[in-house]
Design a protein around this ligand. Structure first.
Ligand code: ADP
Length: 257
């Protein structure tokens, strides 16, 4: 049914993206309704930052707004969001087609995670959030794709920072677990997630509060990517949360992978 597909005319980034849409749409449950909703979401998500940036440029061209560093920074921010959306969509489509290959190497998870947490501390500090890393245990060496687990952590940590008010607290911990292998958790003292939404938040483009999330700079794809990448490693991801109290996102990594 090519009528429902994006026509691919070039092989540049946009061409690649169109291909990604098509293969993702093909991998979705083939109901008319699903497909329509999926395209509508993508169009909406891409058009939004593009429109904001275009209007700002036009306002400058028309002389309505004088060019300034601040204006350029706003436009740049929208461009960054577009770039992130494209990268995220491509990763998701590769992963859901089984085309995303992991480059695994033996990793001391404790040292690896503590460096990632260290890097995120600067972001957290800007909001007066305390970010700490705790593990008393000795964690066995794991075979992981460092870049991809870094991406998982980055998504979980930036969500935690975004949904935690000033002065809050985020704790990352790792522990060994008989059943699951190793479990990594990111716990925040943020807004929490309503119980009825917990099941849906790992879906593409799902947001508890659309307008608010967009303002805080999310793409709506972060958790869907986390899920795919963790499952590619043979692990699982889950969340516990209490509205107004905070959330705890955990993922497991098997010992032998
Ligand atoms: P987004 O880019 O919107 O953050 P995600 O897939 O990363 O997309 O997250 C989906 C939704 O899950 C978010 O819009 C938000 O409503 C909710 N969410 C994710 N992480 C947290 C968190 N730590 N605290 C509260 N809500 C969260």
């Amino acid at each position: 049914d090519l009528g429902e597909r994006v026509q691919v005319k070039s092989d540049d980034e946009i061409g690649q993206l169109a291909k990604s849409f098509n293969s993702m749409a093909a991998s979705l449950e083939q109901t008319e309704e699903n497909r329509r909703a999926f395209y509508a979401d993508i169009v909406h998500e891409l058009r939004n930052p593009l429109t904001v940036a275009r209007c700002r440029v036009e306002a400058m061209m028309d002389g309505m707004v004088p060019p300034s560093e601040q204006e350029l920074a706003s436009i740049h921010k929208e461009m960054l969001l577009l770039t992130r959306l494209i990268t995220d969509l491509r990763d998701l489509s590769l992963a859901s087609n089984g085309q995303l290959t992991l480059h695994k190497q033996e990793t001391d998870l404790r040292t690896f995670l503590s460096r990632i947490v260290q890097e995120a501390t600067i972001l957290a500090q800007k909001k007066g959030i305390s970010l700490s890393f705790s593990t008393g245990q000795i964690i066995p060496v794991l075979n992981i794709d460092q870049e991809r687990i870094n991406q998982v952590m980055h998504n979980l940590l930036s969500n935690a920072i975004r949904h935690t008010p000033n002065g809050g607290r985020i704790v990352v911990d790792i522990k060994e677990d008989k059943k699951h292998g190793v479990i990594v958790s990111v716990q925040d003292s943020g807004t929490g997630i309503p119980e009825e939404e917990l099941e849906s938040i790992f879906e593409r483009f799902y947001r508890v509060d659309r307008s608010r999330s967009r303002k805080t700079g999310g793409t709506g794809l972060g958790l869907a990517i986390v899920k795919q990448l963790v499952e590619l490693h043979g692990g699982k991801v889950w969340v516990e949360s209490q509205l107004g109290q905070g959330s705890r996102f955990s993922f497991s990594l098997p010992l032998t992978s």
